[in-house]
Design a protein around this ligand. Structure first.
Ligand code: COI
Length: 355
């Protein structure tokens, strides 16, 4: 039996090794859109049921100028990645958690949502149909973007009468132009990202355009991203524009508690679990900006960003440097997470789905 299994494994390996790859420069992937061949589209009927989803070629979609999403921003999105294992197979990382998060977001934005099974099936179909766009093992991943939006027409403010769920994909490498180098962050004090009672805790599209002004100002000054503070006291850390944030002091790792203004990142919770397993004390709490400035290390987490070290933070007129490098806590946690995601470290947690 062991012999048969290893023969099968060998055949599968050959099959996947011979498979065609898209014509890409896999060594120079950044985080720009290179649309993969297929997208998945599923519409929701007026009675709130999502049915008849199917793959179609990637392309433009037609919308009424009065679509709910265009006029009132009724839409949420997700981000997840497919990785190629060294034997060529594709791996998905916790897509069921994206499905559940989309359901919570949809509930907040008064939208119907696909079931967990429909969502996961759509992500699997999209990854598999686009497998030639999944970078070779170790070169990056296929970023998969599920999008749920009110596509029916509205004029007065109200929920759209029809909804569309789309999943498209693009091969990606590092999110930041810094690559794997440490980030330089700027603490933003003029703009807030989210307010208590608002939609900061869900992946509403309306959370993202409002950060562009502060983000582009910081980028023009040479920073990688901005760090947002709470909108009430303006003293407690929230998150960066595109990722969650962690602060390390000794063996304690703190991250802002999710209280409705902070996105409940899937990478965030996975890293917290890995850190606990490794014996760190992991604390979710209100993290004061003074504590950030006094930390040993700071790092960011997100699906797009991965686990990224922070080299400096500038707050008011003070710039602080942090420990980074191979021996850092960030690097240790990152290598376990990436190992699980790419199939190099045994997945004892059932986080990875092979397709
Ligand atoms: C992700 O990490 O998947 C996100 O949605 C962040 C986005 C700004 C790229």
């Amino acid at each position: 039996n062991a012999q048969a299994a290893s023969a099968l494994e060998e055949r599968e390996k050959l099959f996947y090794q011979n498979e065609e790859y898209a014509d890409m420069d896999w060594d120079n992937l950044g985080f720009a859109l290179t649309p993969a061949d297929y997208m998945y589209v599923m519409k929701c009927s007026k009675d709130g049921d999502f049915t008849k989803g199917e793959l179609t070629r990637f392309g433009n979609i037609e919308l009424s100028p009065s679509a709910g999403v265009l006029n009132y921003g009724q839409a949420i999105y997700e981000g997840t990645k497919a990785y190629r294992k060294d034997n060529g197979k594709l791996l998905l990382f916790r897509p069921d958690h994206n499905a559940v998060r989309m359901q919570h977001g949809a509930e907040r934005m008064l939208m119907p949502s696909p079931s967990v099974d429909q969502f996961v099936d759509a992500v699997k179909q999209t990854a598999f149909a686009n497998k030639r766009w999944v970078p070779p093992s170790g070169k990056g991943s296929l970023y998969i973007r599920p999008l749920l939006m009110g596509t029916g027409p509205v004029l007065g403010l109200g929920p759209a009468p029809e909804y569309t769920f789309i999943v498209y994909a693009s091969p990606v490498g590092n999110y930041f132009k810094e690559g794997v180098a440490a980030l330089n962050l700027y603490v933003e004090e003029e703009h807030a990202r989210a307010a208590p009672g608002g939609s900061g805790g869900v992946k509403s599209i309306t959370n993202y355009a409002p950060v562009l002004k502060a983000l582009s100002r910081a980028k023009s000054l040479g920073y990688s991203d901005v760090l947002y503070l709470d909108s009430v006291k303006k003293k407690y850390l929230e998150e960066a524009s595109a990722c969650n944030v962690f602060v390390v002091k000794g063996r304690t790792i703190s991250t802002p508690a999710t209280n409705g203004t902070i996105l409940e990142g899937i990478t965030r919770k996975s890293v917290m679990e890995i850190a606990c397993d490794q014996g760190y004390q992991v604390v979710e709490k209100a993290v004061h900006v003074d504590e950030v400035m006094d930390a040993d290390e700071v790092f960011c987490t997100g699906t797009a960003v991965g686990v990224a070290p922070v080299g400096t933070i500038t707050y008011q007129d003070k710039r602080v440097e942090y420990e980074t490098g191979d021996e850092s806590v960030c690097q240790k946690l990152r290598s376990v997470l990436v190992g699980i995601q790419t199939g190099l470290v045994e997945d004892t947690k059932g986080w990875v789905t092979c397709i």
